[in-house]
Ligand binder design. Structure first.
Ligand code: ADP
Ligand code: MG
Length: 699
């Protein structure tokens, strides 16, 4: 890169050492180049004004062109505010500041013309605009139209005069200096194929567009570039992993597989299950280590697919592991699979935190001498003491609960790494899957076993509780079981706990012993007590399970037919969907009842509507992404990958797909990026990896 672009930001006209410090701390801007890559997040159309008389409550933000009529400080010390009245030919409106009065006041001048931008709020019959964006119109200059960029700022930057307008000014000082210095980093082929403008042009236009057409073409170019390099990195990583990771070759679909398939499977596999098994089978005989993510909604039959995959490995003489995030789940898998293998010559053991030392010793021994074919368990499986004779395949259930590092640990359990199948019941929006698991292969089970009835979901206000209790009673009389789930949110733990206990009380009063048994499970209980209560429910002794969200993860109780979620407005969409997945596992019609108060935010309403409208986990995941954004969905731990400057994974799905295809095409045509026309691309990739070392191994 040209040296001038790497000039420390303090040397830019209008910056200096003090502002430079704030720019570094608050916005990560160290150099000219960083500043150029600090993009506006929106633009104000300076050519459109609204007349004050036609402002309405529904206006999100308005732009007014008027004269300041009066300026006044109102109120006592603490509650002091600055009020200016601005008028145009049709009326007046108040501008109000509660903060930064001493900065704002000197910029206001009675009788001068200003362009005001902000959100109007109604007070009685009058409107005002709090903390508007304000720009003085010089009387000798004609009003220039065009677009004004708006930059993210903050208190600390604003206090140094670097509000959006201030940032705009220093960037305008920089733009004339960079002419001729910006190098292209995409190939001519990509530019023409996707009809993209040059990098140099895009950087100028994004900061100083003439019209929205220029904004769009600049954004499109910059977004494509950002997504393209992200994908290219992932595709390259996958390529490297495949070159390095020799995998065990599973030559045969053997006797165990066939015996189970032909003689013991009580039902036909769904089309989706067959399709996925074919994909897995392809991986397992390819000679390259499998790294496959299996996505499928709750109840779609992932466990069975996992079991068939395990059989393939065992058939080929290898040991296998199945890891689950909780003890309850591990046990449940153990029981399910023990039933499956009853008539098959397969040795299975369970290893969890509570496995007794003596038993543990036997398991270790049988693992090392190869007697054990399948070990099911929790995190206990990845402890260093656990050594396999020849681990060929690891299946990880509910993948999102395991960190990246833990996944890696399982790999290292063998000289040749085992094949890895990760399963998740939390559907991940396509764009996120492409990014987070960009170096994994993804299989999707998008079909439920036949005869499954859709869970009927209803939203009820708290006032309907007696009716809901009546409904519960009927269902229990018919032999059903009921979950009643309470939220547990860290910040208000005490309050939530009280809600839970109050709820439990009123439920035991409404459903008294001995006719009814009510179980309760929450985070403050000892593990053994939890386990016991859970077991009471699993075995059908209790009909009602009152719980906090600890039951969220895949427990399978086919008899449960009602899921009541209390304070449903406090739950996120994916959590609600997970919880709903606990019912509807048997043949009977199941119900999910979302209880809420009357006070609901817009977002909460959208979440509830979505739940009532659809059972499709992927559709729900897409809505969730739009409501929460990618960082919140995947957890902050991994959000480094989502530090996108300009692209938005919630909105730019199409462009992401193009960028990913382009990256794949490129790597398949020119695996080492050696063609002269791809030189720039390679250089850029090297820079990215050098600047972000934490990307070197994403999964
Ligand atoms: P998941 O792990 O995807 O949530 P499971 O594997 O636990 O789902 O399957 C849920 C239930 O569906 C289990 O009781 C399982 O036996 C049953 N099941 C799985 N596949 C089929 C199928 N093809 N036909 C009928 N029932 C199936
Ligand atoms: Mg499952």
């Amino acid at each position: 890169m040209n040296n001038l672009l790497l000039t420390p930001i303090e040397y830019l006209k209008g910056v200096g050492p003090k502002r430079a410090d704030t720019l570094k701390q608050e916005a990560g801007i160290y150099t000219y180049w960083d500043l150029l890559n600090f993009f506006p997040f929106r633009y104000i159309d300076r050519s459109k004004f609204i007349l004050i008389e036609s402002i309405t409550e529904t206006d999100n933000a308005v732009q007014i062109n008027g004269r300041i009529k009066s300026i006044q400080e109102v109120g006592a010390k603490r509650a002091k505010r600055l009020v200016a009245i601005i008028e145009d030919s049709t009326g007046q409106i108040e501008l109000v500041w509660f903060k930064g009065i001493k900065w704002v006041k000197p910029t206001l001048q009675i009788g001068a013309k200003y362009i005001v931008f902000g959100k109007p709020t109604k007070f009685g019959r009058k409107y005002n605009i709090a903390h508007p964006d304000l720009e003085k119109v010089e009387s000798n200059k004609p009003l220039i139209g065009g677009l004004q960029p708006v930059y993210h700022s903050g208190d600390k930057l604003s206090n140094k005069g670097l509000n959006s307008k201030g940032l705009e000014n220093i960037i305008k000082n920089l733009l004339p200096q960079i002419e001729g210095l910006i190098q292209e980093n995409l190939s001519p082929e990509l530019l023409s194929k996707f009809n993209l403008i040059s990098k140099a042009k895009a950087l100028l236009q994004v900061h100083k567009p003439l019209d929205f057409y220029e904004v769009r073409s600049a954004q499109m170019r910059l977004k494509f570039e950002e997504l393209f390099f992200l994908q290219l990195l992932l595709v390259k990583q996958k390529q490297i992993a495949q070159r390095k990771s020799r995998g065990h070759v599973f030559k045969v679909v053997g006797d165990l597989f066939n015996a189970f398939y032909n003689e013991h499977l009580p039902f036909e596999l769904t089309g989706a299950q067959k399709k996925v098994l074919k994909e897995i089978r392809g991986d397992l005989r390819s000679g390259i280590q499998m790294n496959r993510l299996l996505q499928g909604d709750v109840g779609s039959g992932k466990t069975l697919v996992a079991f068939f995959t395990l059989l393939m490995a065992i058939d080929n003489g290898f040991q296998t592991a199945l890891m689950a995030p909780t003890e309850i789940l591990a046990k449940q898998h153990f029981q399910t699979i023990k039933e499956f293998v009853e008539k098959l010559p397969i040795e299975v053991s369970l290893l969890t935190g509570s496995t007794k030392v003596a038993e543990r010793r036997i398991i270790h021994e049988r693992l090392e001498n190869g007697a054990l074919h399948l070990l099911i368990g929790t995190h206990a499986l990845i402890e260093d003491k656990v050594k396999f004779k020849n681990l060929g395949l690891s299946v990880i259930d509910e993948q999102h609960r395991f960190g990246v590092a833990q996944r890696a640990k399982l790999w290292r359990k063998n000289k040749i790494p085992p094949h890895i199948l990760v399963m998740t019941a939390t559907p991940i929006p396509r764009t996120l899957a492409m990014t987070f698991y960009g170096d994994l292969d993804v299989s999707v089970i998008d079909e439920l076993p036949p005869g499954r009835k859709q869970v009927v979901t209803q939203h009820r206000f708290d006032s309907a509780r007696l009716t809901v209790f009546g409904f519960i009673e009927q269902e229990i009389k018919k032999g059903g079981q009921v979950y009643i789930v309470y939220p547990l949110i860290q910040e208000s733990e005490k309050l939530d706990y009280k809600d839970l206990m109050d709820g439990y009380e009123s439920i035991t009063r409404r459903f008294p012993k001995p006719a009814y048994q009510v179980s309760i499970v929450h985070g403050k209980m000892k593990p053994a007590d939890k386990e016991m209560e859970m077991q009471r429910f699993v075995s059908g002794i209790s009909q009602i399970m009152v719980a906090t969200t600890v039951i969220e993860v895949g427990v399978n109780i086919p008899n449960a037919s009602i899921m009541v979620i209390e304070s449903a407005e406090k739950f996120g969409l994916s959590q609600l969907h997970q919880l709903r997945g606990r019912v509807g596992r048997g043949a009977d019609q199941s119900y999910c009842i979302l209880m809420t108060s009357y006070k609901l935010t817009e977002d909460a309403k959208k979440r509830l509507d979505t739940m009532v409208r659809t059972n499709d986990g992927f559709e729900i995941a897409e809505v969730d992404l739009k409501l929460r954004g990618p960082g919140d969905i995947m957890g902050t731990q991994q959000s480094g990958l989502l530090d996108l400057k300009i692209a938005d994974l919630a909105k730019d799905g199409q462009l992401l797909q193009y960028a990913r295809n382009a990256a794949f095409d490129l790597v398949s045509e020119d695996p080492d990026l050696k063609n002269p026309e791809n030189v720039r691309i390679r250089q850029e990739l090297v820079n990215i990896v050098r600047n972000r070392p934490n990307w070197s191994r994403i999964s």
